[in-house]
Design a protein around this ligand. Structure first.
Ligand SMILES: [Zn+2]
Length: 344
């Protein structure tokens, strides 16, 4: 029993001793966990505080690496301020920016000369544009909001693919001022000065003029490729003398002339005294042309009674290379214009 007791006591002592140690250890552990827990909550709280600070300052990335957070917040805050100011700021009125603005206004239907200078005319057109599209409070200030709207309009009005003979240019679709076709070359047919077309169209013009000649019709080349600069020059002279509305009835707004594609040309003959006019439709040369031009991939572009579709008066002298002889034949035989074919 003693032994038992001893054992018991011993055991008890040992047990008690163990208990004390256990309790001590548990105490230490609880204290430790508590410390760690408190420590953790402190860290968490710090993080939450930082997050709040960061969210308030519109910072989206929290860097867990060894970066001085305060410096980072300050740096990113500064960047945000710079970005915000920039979007409200007037775009720099450099030559390039103003040139782009003027060209875009023109494409949007607000005509201004293309000189890269922000003068009263350009400003007036900009204000009209901003009023029309309700671009708000900064009238006359060229800002990002205005630029984005102009970009949107350009995307609708400038054909995305220029690398095709089937390109449509009319009063709805523009060529950019910097567009110059590839492979322009001189056309080797009777003409009174140096004139060019794209190589494919030039080859076909030469073939067609030669074949007409063999059958007794002498065609005369009056006008081929016209650069944007040239269109701009003649259009502005017209605007000066007659005003914008009258000018645009007679001459294509720069960028809207098919002649800039290098695929269109005007043709005449001796009885027309090598000039252009409606009387051309009474000539034998014209009759030969409308019966044969499709064989070379050409169509008569501005037909009689189709002015509401093409936007141009009847021009018996203006032909357009579309390349595909079958399509050209179809268009000519059905007495269609290019727009009608493309909308079919
Ligand atoms: Zn023409």
């Amino acid at each position: 029993m003693f032994k038992k007791q001893k054992n018991g006591i011993n055991k008890g002592v040992i047990d008690n001793g163990d208990e004390i140690i256990k309790r001590y250890l548990i105490g230490v552990l609880i204290f430790g966990f508590g410390f760690v827990f408190l420590g953790c909550s402190n860290i968490d709280e710090n993080k939450i505080v930082d997050n709040k600070v960061e969210i308030e300052k519109e910072i989206y990335i929290i860097d867990s690496e060894n970066v001085n957070i305060e410096d980072k917040i300050k740096k990113e805050k500064d960047e945000i301020i710079v970005t915000k100011e920039k979007t409200q700021e007037e775009i720099e009125l450099s030559y390039e920016n103003v040139y782009w603005l003027q060209e875009s206004l023109k494409i949007a239907g607000f005509y201004t000369v293309l000189d890269g200078l922000y003068g009263p005319d350009t400003k007036q057109q900009l204000i009209e544009f901003q009023k029309t599209f309700k671009l708000g409070d900064n009238l006359g200030i060229y800002d990002d909001k205005t630029k984005n709207k102009l970009k949107e309009i350009r995307n609708l009005k400038i054909p995305p693919s220029l690398n095709t003979n089937m390109i449509l240019i009319n009063k709805n679709y523009f060529l950019e001022s910097k567009y110059i076709p590839n492979n322009l070359r001189e056309v080797n047919v009777p003409k009174f000065k140096y004139m060019e077309l794209k190589n494919d169209a030039a080859l076909k013009v030469e073939e067609m003029f030669n074949d007409a000649k063999k059958e007794g019709y002498t065609l005369y080349f009056n006008s081929g490729y016209r650069s944007y600069e040239y269109q701009e020059k003649i259009f502005n002279i017209r605007v000066k003398n007659y005003g914008f509305n009258e000018a645009q009835k007679v001459i294509a707004i720069p960028g809207q002339s098919e002649h800039q594609t290098g695929l269109a040309f005007d043709v005449t003959c001796k009885s027309m005294e090598y000039g252009l006019g409606k009387e051309f439709e009474d000539t034998d040369e014209f009759k030969w042309l409308i019966n044969n031009c499709y064989k070379y991939g050409f169509i008569l572009r501005y037909k009689k009674d189709k002015e509401n579709i093409t936007g141009y008066i009847y021009e018996p002298w203006h032909y357009r290379y579309i390349g595909d002889e079958k399509i050209a034949k179809y268009i000519m035989e059905k007495d269609m214009v290019f727009e009608e074919y493309l909308n079919e």
